[in-house]
Design a protein around this ligand. Structure first.
Ligand code: FER
Length: 299
């Protein structure tokens, strides 16, 4: 009984802190669940440090455009916001692939912009000709009427699962009818941080006909079990889905990523997991994720 109370108060305490800043779950905290998760052995892929200044505004670099859009969601029954980044040389006469970039449990449609400098990272990548032109859509992944990150953010887990339908049935159709977008799964990627990493793995691998590129950065406990994510190795290999993950070596949520990587290794399924040395659950890792994932997609 006492143990339950302890676990619950640890969860509530983490939830309250996490609402203000996502840099909470560390190794040993079991990702805010009040107990230690086992370490799962897997083969990590090589870590290559980012070049200095990759996330800093550089003089003479052309800037992309950041806009807020509003779309009608039949799933939620409200008008919902998303942040959109258009690449520096965006032209309405061209067509672009789209990366859907998802936030964490304490965030919303501006979390990436406020903490992850995605526009700066992408502007620099384009200046160095290191990424394909793409539109980046940063939605609010809490698909419920009041989608603000307030109160006990852990209580909104069902809304994060519900976002699957908002994304597929409302947001993607809106983006594809209001922007010049290339059709088909080869031109759609989904990636996210923490809760958004779990969503990306769940939705991306659950709909391999819709997304060819899937990224999980420090994925949270909403990540489904590997057997559920990849029930058929044959189907996965046929779809040629690109699966890429990163997680901090000190992050208490590592097991969500290492569990999937160990499964992929065992089944002979191509999958990347980079262990970011010395980092916990924070934007250092997530910026690294975007910087690397963005270079690898739509090739
Ligand atoms: C949990 C611990 C962390 C959890 C979610 C998170 C659903 C998400 C953290 C984040 O998005 O930063 O137990 O359960």
């Amino acid at each position: 009984m006492k143990k339950t109370v302890l676990a619950v108060s640890a969860l509530l305490c983490c939830a309250a802190l996490s609402a203000q800043e996502p840099d909470i779950p560390r190794r040993g905290m079991g990702g805010g669940m009040g107990f230690q998760m086992p370490e799962i052995k897997c083969n990590f892929d090589p870590y290559v440090a980012t070049p200095e200044g990759f996330d800093q505004v550089r003089e003479g670099v052309k800037k992309g455009q950041v806009v807020t859009i509003e779309y009608e969601s039949k799933t939620v029954g409200t008008v919902r916001k998303a942040t959109v980044y258009l690449p520096p040389k965006y032209k309405a006469s061209k067509k672009y692939p789209v990366l859907y970039l998802l936030h964490g449990i304490g965030g919303d449609e501006v979390e990436w912009l406020n903490g992850g400098a995605p526009n700066v990272i992408m502007d620099n990548l384009y200046a160095d000709k290191k990424a394909k032109d793409m539109i980046i859509v940063m939605p609010n992944g809490r698909a419920q009427k009041d989608d603000r990150a307030v109160g006990n953010v852990y209580a909104g887990s069902a809304a994060f699962a519900n976002f699957e339908y908002d994304l597929l049935n409302d947001l993607i159709p809106y983006i594809e009818s209001h922007y010049k977008v290339l059709p088909g799964k080869q031109n759609r990627a989904v990636a996210g941080l923490s809760m958004g990493g779990g969503q990306s793995l769940n939705f991306g691998l659950g709909h391999m006909d819709k997304f060819a590129y899937v990224g999980g950065f420090s994925s949270a406990p909403n990540t489904k079990m590997p057997e559920e994510l990849i029930p058929s190795v044959e189907e996965f290999n046929k779809a040629k889905t690109f699966l890429w993950m990163v997680c901090g070596s000190e992050d208490g949520l590592m097991y969500n990523s290492s569990r999937l990587k160990a499964y992929c290794d065992e089944k002979g399924v191509p999958c990347t997991l980079i262990e970011y040395p010395g980092e916990g659950h924070n934007f250092v890792v997530w910026k690294y994720g975007l910087y690397n994932f963005a270079q690898k997609i739509f090739r």
